[in-house]
Design a protein around this ligand. Structure first.
Ligand code: SF4
Ligand code: F3S
Length: 103
């Protein structure tokens, strides 16, 4: 499962599509955690898609990740600022790849 303490345990190594990237990153096999308030561990995501389907405010967008061992696309929390902390995505992800910091 995603490390809920990733803010402390990882370093922010950059930004993609306006979303923070938390390392380590070694593309294309290792992609790190994406997002801050809504965070997705790209190295765990298997592109199940439940988060995209269920989020009531469309926080997530697919991004292509060719060459990643788990899946060739990932759910990026592109619109994490819209999140209403309903926690649906956290509940439905089959591999516990999502953390929402509801404070
Ligand atoms: Fe969407 Fe709810 Fe997840 Fe926020 S907590 S990203 S509103 S499903
Ligand atoms: Fe990935 Fe989990 Fe969403 S596997 S696509 S983060 S439901």
């Amino acid at each position: 499962a995603i490390d809920p303490q990733f803010h402390e345990n990882r370093e922010q190594v950059g930004e993609e599509n306006g979303v923070s990237v938390w390392g380590p990153v070694d593309e294309p096999e290792e992609l790190g955690i994406r997002g801050t308030h809504v965070a997705v561990d790209f190295d765990l995501c298997i592109a199940d898609g439940a988060c995209l389907e269920d989020c009531p405010v469309d926080v997530f967008e697919w991004v292509d990740t060719p060459g990643h061992p788990e899946s060739e696309k990932k759910a990026e929390p592109t619109h994490e600022a819209q999140c209403i902390d309903c926690m649906l995505c956290v509940d439905v992800c089959p591999v516990d790849a999502i953390d929402v910091d509801a404070g």
